[in-house]
Design a protein around this ligand. Structure first.
Ligand code: NCD
Ligand code: ZN
Length: 354
């Protein structure tokens, strides 16, 4: 019996972490490139603070994804030392967006921004160049479950001071952020990860401590999750996929002080598909397949001002088992999201040149 399938344009991943030149990069980048046509590559590891850093990192990524129909879209890390001139130099070499990490809030953010007001000239330059500001919205030093909602006023401050800046709230995890984007202006968007749609905090510590489900922002309550699912399925045009796939070697996760970050790109599309299908009643008169097409393949491109992708990907309902571990060519182990579990959807076909 033929399996149930449907086709979408090649998807974009608007938030991914590769890593510096290493077995991890040679594992993670080709894997993402085999699924997504484009990806917005985060600048925290390695630290991309100048146009030169960006050019070198893009060359490394291109060298390990050669032959794939894949375009890495590069970002610059904002620090309090980033000048408007540095923003313009990055734009001149093809930078797509600038990332604001509040200082110390996540992996490799020690050079992030403590005093956002110091960055006002840089924000102006980002807007003038037509680039986007991507925000990791968490307030350092606050109780972990409140960090996201406590940073939103800072985002409002930035948007009030630089009204023509396009801003993306990355990997939103709370009801509050969801409503801020839903009711927000045309220049505010959000990405949502597969982790935050698939589960809540119980998946991290409700049934033993599960370090491979631990990321920042941490998964929140069932009510927060339900609201994120509702937003994703609502067809809101400024809500799109950013997986936040972030590989760490096994030992760095299974540790007394484990790193935040989930290696989810091996399962991202199947997980998104399962969530959209399970909650199809929230598609509001539309089909969940149309909603997931917009979420994966249209809304991100539209907000970034990029052409929509050519080529197609076919998803099929056919179960498969997620590998328990990936081993990179340095012999380092990386445990993927949902390792060893059985998923109901998979990518059955890809056509780059349709
Ligand atoms: C990311 C990483 O490992 O680089 N970790 C994470 O928990 N999401 C950084 C980030 O996006 O916060
Ligand atoms: Zn991230």
């Amino acid at each position: 019996m033929p399996i149930e399938t449907f086709e979408i344009p090649r998807p974009d991943n608007m938030h991914v972490h590769f890593r510096g030149m290493s077995g991890l990069l040679r594992l993670a980048a080709p894997l993402t490139a085999s699924v997504f046509r484009r990806a917005i590559v985060m600048p925290n590891v390695p630290q991309i603070r100048t146009a030169d850093d960006l050019v070198n990192y893009r060359r490394d990524i291109e060298s390990v994804t050669e032959g794939a129909d894949f375009e890495p879209l590069m970002t610059l890390m904002l620090t309090e030392e980033t000048t408007p001139e540095m923003i313009r130099e990055a734009h001149a070499v093809g930078c797509s967006a600038v990332k604001l990490y509040p200082k110390g809030v996540t992996t490799a953010s020690q050079h992030g921004v403590a005093d956002v007001m110091k960055c006002e000239p840089a924000f102006g330059a980002i807007a003038d160049c037509g680039m986007l500001l991507l925000v990791h919205p968490e307030k350092p030093g606050e109780f972990v479950l409140y960090r996201e909602r406590m940073y939103l006023d800072m985002v409002r401050w930035i948007m009030a001071h630089v009204p023509d800046l396009r801003v993306v709230l990355e990997h939103i995890s709370t009801f509050t952020s969801s409503r801020m984007v839903q009711d927000g202006p045309q220049n505010l968007a959000a990405t949502i990860t597969p982790m935050h749609l698939h589960g809540d905090l119980d998946m991290v510590l409700g049934d033993g401590l599960r370090p491979h489900n631990f990321c920042y922002p941490v998964l929140k309550t069932p009510e927060d999750r339900r609201e994120l699912i509702r937003l994703a399925l609502s067809g809101h045009p400024r809500v799109f996929a950013g997986t936040d796939s972030a590989p760490h070697v096994r030992g760095a996760k299974e540790s007394p002080c484990g790193c935040a970050g989930v290696f989810c790109d091996p399962v991202a599309i199947p997980v998104y598909a399962a969530v959209f299908e399970q909650h199809s009643e929230l598609a509001n008169g539309s089909s969940w397949r149309d909603r997931i097409r917009a979420f994966l393949s249209e809304n991100g491109a539209d907000f970034y001002g990029l052409p929509r992708n050519e080529g197609t990907m076919r998803l099929g309902r056919a179960s498969w088992s997620v590998p328990g571990v990936y081993v990179d060519d340095d012999g380092k182990e990386v445990v993927p999201f949902l390792a060893g579990e059985t998923l109901e959807w998979q990518i059955t076909e890809r056509d780059d040149h349709a």
